[in-house]
Ligand binder design. Sequence first.
Ligand code: ADP
Length: 480
Amino acid sequence: MKELWFDPARVLIGGDWAATEAVLPVEDPSTGAGVAEIARGGAAEIDAAVEAARKALAGAWGALDATERGRLLARLGRLVEERAEALARIEAQDVGKPLKQARAGALALARYLEFYGGAADKLMGETIPYRVGYTVYTLREPHGVTAHIIPWNYPMQIIGRSVGAALAMGNACVIKPAEEASLTALAFARLAQEAGFPAGAVNIVPGLGEEAGAALAGHPGVQHISFTGSVPVGSLIQAAAATNVVPVTLELGGKSPQLVFEDADLDAALPFLVNAGLQNAGQTCSAASRILVARARYDEVVARMAERYRAAQVGPALGDHDLGPLISGKQKSVVQGFLDRAEGLEVAAEGQVVGDAPAGGHFLAPRLLAGAGPDHVLAREEIFGPVQVVIPFDDEDEAVAIANGTDFGLVASVWSASGARQMRLAKRLRAGQVFLNTYGAGGGVELPFGGVGKSGHGREKGFEALYGFSVLKTVAAHHG
Ligand code: ADP
């Protein structure tokens, strides 16, 4: 891949880039061709990376004050911005993401670094009124070594929100990117070095989930784990964290609904209804995969969404179509497996794969499914592909019951002209984020984000992440 300005078949441990015995191939999902190789780190590399992080905390990195940490993050943000086009092209080829969306990812990474750079020296403790003769205050301290297990769908953005916040609070990080998409994570580590982060503050060990990932999650030298990915692996990560009694942040996806009431402004809603389902070919934790519509507007919403689906073009990532391919052949067969179980649903519309799409690419035409009852498997389980189901409801209570009726609770939105209904539903919907007359989980680095139920727990993004990536210490002085 010509945009790579470094050798990706290496791990970064304690400031040194080292080769591993084995490597993993990198496939371009738009063509199916091998385009690079990455290191296949394992338990030995994870041990070394955790040790390097521990040393950084005891050394130069731990000695920096908060303002200096903030400056380093800000400098890293500017380097990301300068390289944004190369980073976008790398992520487009690694993930199969249309170039425009990959560019947005690079700029979001830069923005996270700017935000957390600015925030690094602004999180304050409190003084607490206590008995006469005492002064009591709180300190916010880093956990120590933090583990960051990253998925393949938004590597740059998820590194920004997780590693950015952890570094701002003074933690030393070990990153395990996804085996399907490690290249921009490696580029990030490279740029962190260029920005001047002391050796060991940022370490990265690419490799398989069951090798490097499991070794990192279970490592007794790790003091906090943040994980974004699937529910079964999230459950394993939490079990590993329980063994070592360390805190864990889990972001595990969802089945997020958008609720369209009879008084909704459909012209405003439509782009959000469709884009929030098709962005990144639906491989988005906060994808709006369920559209719940008041029966009076149901046919109209299905017809207008269908128009947009029919116009949606799927093609190679660098061609910058509306959708790119799915990440892998495996993911395509998972999504196809769901579509094979769509009995009882009506195919309201399909998009089109462009004529000149390479035969080896993992392309799948997006599909809009109507007539779903809330209990249909496609209306309950996360598909992680370009598929949305439209479900009718009769009144507000039924809409809330359907919206809250899955195991997940990540994001929800309400489209209605009634302010009272918006306020009511913001409270009644079971989700970590509720949007009123908009939908934009991806946007807004300032907005705390995370789930309830099987969508996970803990909050990332915004200031809230800084609380998660730090430990509160209470100091009580008796001076008489
Ligand atoms: P997906 O199903 O979307 O690929 P996963 O949950 O399998 O999501 O993967 C998310 C991240 O978790 C990746 O970095 C992957 O390598 C890692 N991972 C997978 N299995 C394990 C495991 N057993 N222990 C730790 N990390 C894992």
